[in-house]
Design a protein around this ligand. Sequence first.
Ligand SMILES: Cc1cc2nc3c(=O)[nH]c(=O)nc-3n(C[C@H](O)[C@H](O)[C@H](O)COP(=O)(O)OP(=O)(O)OC[C@H]3O[C@@H](n4cnc5c(N)ncnc54)[C@H](O)[C@@H]3O)c2cc1C
Length: 208
Amino acid sequence: MKGNEFVPGAHYFVGGNTKFYGAALVRLRKQDFGELRHYGGISPAWPLTYEDLEPYYTKAEYLYQVHGVRGEDPTEPPASKPYRFPPVSHELRIQQLSDDLKNLGHKPFHLPIGVLLDEQNPHKSKCIRCSACDGFPCLVHAKADAHVICVEPALEHPNVTLLTKSKVTRLETDSSGRVVTKVHVDHDGMPETSRDDSTKFPLGKIFV
Ligand SMILES: Cc1cc2nc3c(=O)[nH]c(=O)nc-3n(C[C@H](O)[C@H](O)[C@H](O)COP(=O)(O)OP(=O)(O)OC[C@H]3O[C@@H](n4cnc5c(N)ncnc54)[C@H](O)[C@@H]3O)c2cc1C
């Protein structure tokens, strides 16, 4: 670091870091859930298996409009359904590279990508395949990020409001420990508390 300030590469926007992500939505491999020995140490086994999560991967891929093709990636784990949309076509140079690698006996594959892209009907496609995707918020709302896919649709419900510049500092629960009854928030520098019986500041808010 040579005394320079550390820049963590985290960004802040409604939708979290998905607002900036490259939308390459690759599943973990089956073996990632077990104990894995790395050069730097051992990654312990998860309490869940790949099979436990598989139905949720399938639902999330559907929701996030992932474009891809099963069976092309020789390392992919089993999936219960095909992708909802065909893979994003390669740029010309990448297609040439892919062809060359195939001719050499390798198995290049299309990355599964979450975008609102319709290559068959480009005039209807939200995604315009610009060069500002990975690392940028999509200005035409065509990247499948948490803001576009989850927050905006949630805001259509009358009991959901969005509170920006807000940091949750503490959650209080009932005696079961399973139900949040109070949310303590630092809202633009001012402490506030929500209660489930409050109409001014009800639970059912999204904090970012
Ligand atoms: C440039 C870039 C490219 C990436 N590309 C890819 C990719 O192609 N594919 C991929 O799978 N991943 C990619 N990632 C990683 C991916 O974005 C993250 O793994 C993912 O966003 C994590 O989701 P999350 O919901 O766990 O956390 P986050 O996206 O960080 O969301 C957490 C949210 O909670 C908010 N928050 C946190 N604490 C509080 C609090 N106390 N009160 C209120 N709000 C709070 C944060 O502000 C944020 O909005 C990329 C990341 C970056 C930065």
